[in-house]
Design a protein around this ligand. Sequence first.
Ligand code: FE2
Ligand code: FE2
Length: 216
Amino acid sequence: MKIRPIRPNSAHFVTTVLHQFAESLGFAIDAKDPYTSMHSEEVAEVSHALALSMGLSPNEADIIHVAGHLHDIGKIGVPDAVLKKQGSLSPSEWRAMRRHPRAGADILRPVAALKSLGVVDMVLHHHERYDGTGYPDGLAGAQIPLGARIIAVADSVSAMLQNRPYRPSKNFEAARKEVLRCSGTQFDPRVVQAFEGVAAAIEGMVDVLSAKEKDV
Ligand SMILES: [Fe+2]
Ligand SMILES: [Fe+2]
């Protein structure tokens, strides 16, 4: 069989493949949990829209989009019994769950391009909170990579819109209000402001994704 030559020197080829692999790994992690079948895709799309709304360049927005696809890849190391548990987690189960950002960064670090573009650090810090009470490192404010601050908002919006065994989903308006309420504590106020500016577009985007989800 003849293998068609690829063009490894093409920057476009590399970024396209990087994105496709990120999307594929995002689907892999989402496949572990029936309640979150389009979560990584949604976080990637919403993060991209937020980044552009904040005035970041298309290139920077693309990098954050890739990190959005990959943000929860470390959950691959969390036992299914914890990941899919119906009801509250014990302290040791919480510790297992809270290891996923560092596990994700460890999984991605061998990909030099992801490290140099900052994707590894965005994944590592996507559960930090703006007020410094998040994890794994308790970073605050501008210490948290901007991409991670953006993904944190997108992640919460996506999670609130999803049904979970222990709570019903919120509608978009309720999720929007919750994001506003957490501005300056959980979230960077600049990201929340950007979210307010494009909330209608994001609502349309998540509607399209949830229709796709019902198809699968
Ligand atoms: Fe994507
Ligand atoms: Fe996460």
